[in-house]
Ligand binder design. Structure first.
Ligand code: FAD
Length: 299
């Protein structure tokens, strides 16, 4: 499965960008903050919360990281002024983690402080394993000072059980996902989807039964039903969990969960730098496979 994902991703890099863009659009709110804020309002009107993600990974220059901080600050202010139900999600690399850890910490600190003043929650996304230890370290430091910050754990990692035990002890606020960085080595990540799903179910039970706030971030029907069963069985209170999905994915399922009375949050990406994010999404979309093989490959 992972090998197939890798192949699909490689093929996507051969497809003309303009073609990928046609399919990518379903996953992105737009290129501008105002488009993202409009989508947020539409989702809020459906009683769905949002987390806004300004697209951009791995900037090479400090000034690009600072520019991203500025966009997020503007987003936070608008969320507050427009009374929107939205947090923000950001990538440590976008805040400069690959450039310098202290520089990244300072950017995160600045942003989370700004968000706290505007009563906005900040979720630090998890990227590939080369950044995992530093991301956890930064999160734990920031958590000592701020309550409005959470992190992400990835069920495909072999280290996930140990990491989650640490997070439970720290009373962390967690988003649990399967993990999107399909090129991870088998030494660090499970490659079999059945194992990843078992890991997800195990970690989800651990988090929910240990009173950790859990963002159940998956579109996997089986896991979603397991989650609902678990929530009933453990009597988990509404303040301690929510379901989370990506913009443009499984909207029917989103409605089923919402209609069952569960809180749901949608991850809404925006910005010009949509390619890397969209490639990760497209390779998770089975319909893309046949399309790629019948259309669009260059030469
Ligand atoms: P899958 O087994 O991939 O999919 C389950 C079902 O949903 C299948 O039927 C599948 O076809 C369908 N589906 C899934 N994705 C798509 C799609 N793009 N288009 C159409 N159908 C689809 N990963 C990280 O590594 N770090 C993060 O910080 C992170 N944050 C996330 C935040 C949120 C809110 C969510 C929902 C996911 C996040 N992810 C993150 C991505 C996650 O790790 C997975 O790569 C992604 O969610 C797909 O996994 P799945 O759990 O939906 O299961």
């Amino acid at each position: 499965m992972i090998r197939l994902n890798r192949l699909i991703a490689q093929l996507l890099f051969l497809v003309p960008k303009s073609l990928v863009e046609i399919f990518a659009k379903q996953y992105i709110a737009g290129e501008t903050l105002s488009q993202a804020l409009e989508k947020t309002r539409e989702l809020n009107d459906l009683k769905i919360d949002v987390t806004l993600d300004f697209l951009g990974e791995d900037p090479q220059k400090k000034r690009d990281c600072r520019a991203a901080v500025d966009v997020y600050k503007k987003a936070i202010k608008e969320i507050h002024n427009r009374n929107l139900k939205s947090g923000i999600s950001l990538k440590p690399s976008q805040m400069g983690l690959k450039i310098n850890k202290q520089f990244c910490f300072d950017n995160l600190h600045d942003l989370i402080d700004h968000a706290r003043k505007h009563m906005v929650f900040v979720r630090i996304d998890m990227e590939d394993t080369s950044l995992k230890e530093d991301t956890i370290d930064l999160y734990l430091k920031l958590k000592k000072e701020f309550e409005n910050v959470g992190i992400v754990m990835q069920a495909y990692l072999r280290s996930a059980i140990a990491d989650i035990n640490g997070m439970i002890q720290a009373h962390a606020n967690i988003r649990l996902c399967k993990g999107a960085y399909y090129w991870e080595d088998r030494k660090v990540a499970y490659k079999d989807m059945n194992i990843i799903n078992s890991s997800y179910a195990y970690l989800m039970e651990k988090l929910l039964s240990n009173n950790c706030f859990t963002g159940i971030a998956t579109h996997d029907e089986k896991l979603l039903f397991e989650a609902m069963k678990l929530i009933d069985k453990l009597g988990v209170s509404k303040e301690k969990y929510e379901f989370q999905m990506l913009y443009g994915v499984q909207e029917d399922l989103r409605k089923i969960i919402h209609d069952h009375g569960h809180s749901i949050r949608v991850y809404v990406p925006f910005g010009k730098d949509w390619f890397a994010y969209s490639v990760r999404r497209l390779k998770e979309n089975p319909k893309m496979v046949s399309y790629i093989f019948t259309n669009g490959i260059k030469n």
